[in-house]
Design a protein around this ligand. Structure first.
Ligand code: C2E
Ligand code: MG
Ligand code: MG
Ligand code: MG
Length: 292
């Protein structure tokens, strides 16, 4: 009895597995096609602000996939598939090309582009990225690559070399989701990065959790001592904003200021954000947060 139940459970399990595999390979094929045509992929932009300097410093480029039948597919659903299938390289190239156009459109802003650790596994990544930016006629100093801690943990010469080449070309490097990986602070010394982005998970509990406040304070102090820029991700409330600003972190990104928006809406947003950052009033910017 127990044995046959076990077998049934196993059968159901493998059926579900087969289904998952099927969906994944369908998504893989469709993503491949989307990359060839480029039509269902879109790049959204989320503003990065300097609350104390009362200015907009940059935009983070975040990819979106509007699937004709499945609807909107979030990055966390397809980036992993792109990484496993090697499609991440073409996706990364496509994203960077779009980001270069955006950077020419807003020459006073930095455009942040996410890079997957998988992209660093192929040799010649730096040269490839440099080629794309040169071809587009964009200024490398206006482009910031966001990498994750896991890349630095690999400790491979390949990624270290690529990062060095990119910095020499004038690109900035930011360490994304800081604090979530298996952090060893020593790599901050070994790898050259310009900026640390404090992960949303710490920002979320500011004002409620002593640990989060202690961690954020420590990160900000460390960054300042090392001459690194520090940005807070996922700022959603005025309280979080106030705490960060008082702690010495004035660069922020989050729904309090704006969701990620399509290019057409960014121009209007920039104008209203500028007004509001500069104004003395305490108007919340959340009314501009739509879509995302
Ligand atoms: P990320 O690079 O850490 O990007 C920040 C994510 O947090 C974005 O989600 C953004 O929409 C979301 N976010 C921003 N502010 C807030 C906030 O105040 N509250 C909350 N709850 N969320 C906020 P998104 O666009 O879904 O992207 C998820 C992840 O997918 C990104 O995390 C990044 O790791 C990856 N990703 C997105 N675009 C690309 C890309 O072009 N290439 C690569 N390799 N990865 C990408
Ligand atoms: Mg990012
Ligand atoms: Mg992040
Ligand atoms: Mg994050």
């Amino acid at each position: 009895q127990a044995k046959s139940e076990g077998r049934d459970a196993y059968r159901i399990f493998t059926a579900a597995m087969d289904e998952t595999v099927k969906v994944r390979s369908t998504i893989e094929e469709e993503l491949r096609l989307a990359l060839v045509t480029g039509s269902d992929l879109r790049l959204f932009y989320q503003p990065q602000v300097d609350v104390d300097g009362q200015s907009i410093i940059g935009l983070e480029a975040l990819v979106r996939w509007h699937h004709p039948t499945r609807g909107m597919i979030a990055p966390h659903q397809f980036i992993a598939i792109a990484e496993e299938t090697g499609l991440i390289s073409s996706l990364g190239e496509w994203v960077l090309r779009q980001a270069c156009l955006a950077s020419k459109r807003w020459p006073d802003l930095t455009i942040a582009v996410n890079l997957s650790p998988v992209q660093f596994r192929s040799s010649g990544l730096a040269e490839q990225l440099i080629g794309i930016v040169r071809e587009a006629g964009a200024d490398p100093r206006r482009i910031e690559f966001e990498i994750t801690e896991s890349l630095l943990l690999d400790d491979s010469d390949l990624s270290r070399c690529a990062l060095k080449t990119l910095r020499q070309e004038g690109f900035k490097i930011a360490l994304d989701d800081f604090g979530t990986g298996y952090s060893s602070l020593s790599y901050l010394r070994r790898f050259e990065v310009d900026k640390i982005k404090i992960d949303r998970s710490f920002v979320q509990h500011l004002g409620q959790q002593d640990e989060s406040m202690a961690i954020v304070t420590a990160i900000v102090t460390l960054c300042r001592a090392m001459g690194l820029t520090v940005t807070a991700e996922g700022v959603e409330t005025e309280d979080q904003k106030r705490f960060l600003s008082q702690t010495g972190c004035s660069e922020m990104q989050g729904f309090l200021f704006s969701h990620a928006l399509p290019e057409e809406q960014i121009e209007d947003l920039l104008i209203s954000l500028r007004d509001r950052l500069g104004s003395q009033g305490n108007a919340t910017l959340a009314s501009y947060a739509s879509g995302g």
